[in-house]
Design a binder for this molecule. Structure first.
Ligand SMILES: NC(=O)c1ccc[n+]([C@@H]2O[C@H](COP(=O)([O-])OP(=O)(O)OC[C@H]3O[C@@H](n4cnc5c(N)ncnc54)[C@H](OP(=O)(O)O)[C@@H]3O)[C@@H](O)[C@H]2O)c1
Length: 238
């Protein structure tokens, strides 16, 4: 897949899944624009970065974004797992803020440039937990369920602007965000065995689906929530 002359904005490209998407897109020739609080020393050369805290900002300096954007990935999010009775309303608000309102802010600031390209893709990141009930996931599942709804509604609203809107829904993926779930060999093995395909996800597993959904290879796909989950989302293991 070639992204030569394509401008792609990523929010959350300094780590984990977003970082793998930055690397894959840059390797495919894209001009990559990143929003996050910190930079990564693993970025390929040429990534344009603006320090941005999703919780408090909703504009970027004039001239940071190109006139036309061909893609947007919102890879900021959380995995806040607690028993329901230990989750506070603030936990729910914080997860909603980071996962949903942050995506709304970034989509709104990118929308004029996405429209000007005449053919663009937006990829949001949901979770397997928004489609399958999982204990301790109520806050993140509620926020990611909202991402699924946002994906469908925006796909409908933006189709006439030739902007496709899709989401990927990962299961447990080896990133800094998930480190506390994978920090012993026992936890890693148990997590791998819970997945029908017998392993946890890699950042490349998820990034390759993101890159596909931004590319012309998925030109007739919009309003889809694609599970990239080792089979966790749809396979019963009785
Ligand atoms: N890893 C998993 O198992 C898993 C499973 C299902 C879904 N997901 C979802 O996948 C997405 C990516 O997660 P990940 O595991 O790759 O996480 P990660 O490694 O922690 O990366 C998160 C990215 O978001 C940025 N970010 C976080 N808070 C921010 C803020 N307030 N303002 C601006 N940027 C912020 C971080 O950059 P800075 O720190 O530099 O700001 C980083 O680039 C999330 O939506 C997550 O919910 C992950």
């Amino acid at each position: 897949m070639s992204f030569i002359d394509k401008n792609i904005l990523i929010a959350g490209g300094s780590s984990g899944i977003g970082l793998a998407a930055v690397s894959g897109l840059a390797t495919a020739g894209a001009n990559v624009y990143n929003l996050s609080r910190t930079v990564s020393n693993l970025w390929p050369s040429g990534v344009k970065h603006h320090a941005f805290d999703i919780g408090s900002e909703n504009t970027v300096p004039d001239g940071f974004l190109p006139d036309r954007l061909h893609g947007l990935v919102y890879a900021v999010g959380s995995i806040n797992l607690k028993p329901f009775n230990r989750l506070t309303p603030d936990d729910f608000m914080n997860d909603y803020m980071l996962n949903v309102i942050g995506a709304v802010r970034v989509i709104q600031l990118a929308l004029p440039a996405l429209k000007r390209s005449g053919n663009a893709g937006i990829v949001l990141i949901s979770s397997v937990a928004a489609g399958v009930g999982m204990g301790f996931h109520s806050s993140v599942a509620a926020a990611k369920g909202a991402i699924n709804g946002l994906t469908l509604a925006l796909a409908a609203e933006l189709a006439s602007n030739k902007i496709r809107v899709n989401a990927v829904a990962p299961s447990l993926t080896d990133t800094p965000l998930a480190a506390h779930l994978l920090n012993t060999p026992e936890k890693r093995d148990a997590s791998a065995l819970r997945h029908p395909l017998g392993r946890i996800g890699t950042t490349e597993d998820i990034a390759s689906a993101i890159i596909f959904l931004l590319s012309g290879q998925s030109a007739w796909m919009t309003g889809q929530i694609i599970g990239v989950d080792g089979g966790m989302g749809h396979i019963y293991r009785g």
